[in-house]
Design a binder for this molecule. Structure first.
Ligand code: ATP
Ligand code: MN
Length: 518
């Protein structure tokens, strides 16, 4: 990979070997349950403002340049790459060869090079692990140089800060530095696949996927924290993947070989399959609070960050699909965590409404930790994954629309956010009810149930769902102050309209009109 090091290079070590090196190198601790835990402060989440694509003749005309895809000059990239290579030449290095893309027709071989054993373990967990024979004749189609301790100099390297995530499609190389947050390793590859696959006629999607006993597959789109990982782990359905999938002419396939679950306040009862992985050898815990005396983890603690994570191979979830593939989906669910408390807990979407909500990509964040601040903050992120899209959102939306029509897919909107009032007044939808609604929808039970047209977005909401109190299904009725609901709805629909202005010219009138009604 163009690096000559005086130090040792370790290739494709096993998880237990990586544990031994990570401990020797004091990269973290082994927790009492078996997982390895590392801390990545100060970066405990992705750094979207430090992400760049190299401006190159072959790709530049297709890229959706802007805040998500910032250009960087080839000379700056060359300079940074040389400096990263020199920095890595002075370190022990861990090399890990993996695949992304479970469908052999579309899989991308990737070589990661990192100075930390635990990051190599993360890569091992998250991606598809080649068989021994495949490792011996492995030819990388993309390479990642990971330099978490290297700080870029914005004046020299053209970055915005010491942190950088830079993709060169021409050189098939990614540089990551100035951050230890492991999520950058997986999401940078996702961005690459979101460029390469649509050009091969495969729709790439930020969604989880599972499959029922009858082979019926469901996709769950949603922004961070809306429930992709949580809701796709279902004892009644086999898990295909929790975050990134492709949809080809043959069906859907996982990009990854592992999951990256949020573990803050994870409960053994509510999410048993995911909880179990926090007590398994090989799991990587990131930024979880560990008692130094006992090695016990405190999943309720947000001392380091709210964004605590567990990374584990997909086979740690008992009922998974080993091939990582399934046929064409029967259902597509859009998850939103509406902290405004306006959206219905479940609604049936027409294909036009599905396009409208896919392009809008709405969710809301709660104001978080600042005391006294209770206003929800909206997020609109096209295709429920704008930060990872190198091509314009309309490219992905068009491909999804075609597939929904061709395969007669039923689309749903599920609000995993607030009911009974906005954040600060109401409460989050309980997980049991959300699971019951999704189970009913996927089982076809809601096909015959009468629906009510809710007035705000004009969505068809089932009047009854077994296992769910009827009252929950009418969001306005859950508020003690219905006038407050109307005012909040007005606020939210205005935000939707303003955001959709960027798409009005790009979509047919029927999609434009599938938005808010009031
Ligand atoms: P990311 O893209 O960051 O991985 P994600 O979409 O996978 O995010 P999850 O990890 O599933 O999101 O996070 C959803 C969180 O919300 C979990 O902590 C879950 O316990 C919590 N939660 C609370 N109520 C619900 C609900 N009704 N439905 C889904 N999740 C809920
Ligand atoms: Mn997830």
């Amino acid at each position: 990979m163009g690096i000559s090091t005086e130090q040792r290079v370790y290739r494709n070590l096993t998880p237990s070997q990586l544990y031994e090196h990570a401990l020797r190198r004091r990269e973290g601790v082994v927790t009492s349950g078996g997982p390895f835990c590392a801390v990545t402060s100060p970066h405990t989440g992705r750094s979207p403002n430090d992400k760049f694509l190299v401006q190159e003749p072959d790709s530049t005309g297709q890229i959706w340049w802007g805040k998500v895809n910032q250009p960087i000059a080839p000379e700056k990239f060359e300079r940074l790459k040389a400096d990263v290579e020199e920095h890595l030449s002075g370190q022990e290095l861990f090399v890990r060869d993996v695949f992304a893309g479970a469908d052999p027709a579309f899989r991308l071989p990737i070589r990661f090079m990192t100075p930390n054993a635990w990051h190599a373990l993360f890569v091992y967990n998250m991606f598809l692990r080649p068989a021994d024979g495949e490792l011996s004749r492995f030819t990388p189609g993309f390479k990642v140089l990971h330099a978490p301790e290297f700080q870029a100099d914005p004046r020299v390297h053209g970055t915005k800060s010491g942190t950088f995530i830079i993709v060169s499609f021409a050189q098939r190389t990614i540089l990551i530095g100035g951050t230890r947050y492991a999520g950058e390793l997986k999401k940078s590859i996702f961005s690459v696949l979101n460029y390469l696959l649509p050009l091969q006629g495969v729709l790439s999607m930020h969604c989880s996927a599972n499959v029922g006993k009858r082979g019926d597959c469901a996709l769950f789109f949603g922004l961070s924290g809306t429930g992709k990982t949580t809701l796709s782990a279902d004892p009644e359905r086999r898990l295909i993947g929790d975050d990134e999938h492709g949809w080809s002419d043959a069906g859907i396939f996982n990009f990854e070989g592992g999951c990256y679950a949020k573990v803050i306040r994870l409960s053994r009862e509510g999410e048993p399959e995911i909880f179990a992985t926090t007590e398994m050898f090989g799991t990587v815990l990131e930024n979880v609070d560990v008692n130094p005396k006992t090695g016990a983890v405190d999943l309720d603690s947000q001392r380091i960050t709210e964004n605590t994570r567990a990374s584990y191979p997909i086979h740690y979830i008992p009922n998974h699909v080993p091939e990582g593939m399934a046929g064409h989906p029967a259902h597509v669910v859009f998850l939103t965590c509406d902290a405004f408390g306006v959206m219905p807990p479940i609604a049936k979407l027409t294909p036009e409404q599905a396009m409208y909500h896919f392009l809008s990509g709405y969710t809301a964040k709660v104001a978080g930790t600042e005391r006294g601040v209770t206003e929800p903050k909206e997020t609109f992120s096209a295709c429920f994954g704008a930060p990872f899209l190198p091509l314009p959102p309309s490219v992905y939306a068009k491909m999804l629309g075609e597939r929904i029509a061709r395969h007669d897919v039923q689309c749903w909107l599920v609000n995993t956010g607030w009911t009974g009032g906005p954040y600060g007044v109401g409460h989050r939808m309980d997980l049991k009810s959300t699971r019951a609604m999704i189970r009913a929808a996927l089982a076809g039970q809601l096909d015959t149930v009468p629906t009510r047209r809710e007035p705000v977005f004009g969505l068809a909401v089932p009047k009854q769902v077994s296992g769910v109190p009827d009252a929950l299904l009418d969001p306005r009725a859950t508020w003690s102050d219905p006038a407050g609901y109307d005012a909040q709805a007005k606020k939210l629909t205005a935000l939707f309209r303003k955001n959709f202005e960027q798409f009005t010219e790009l979509v047919p009138a029927s999609v434009r009109e599938a938005g808010p009604q009031t």
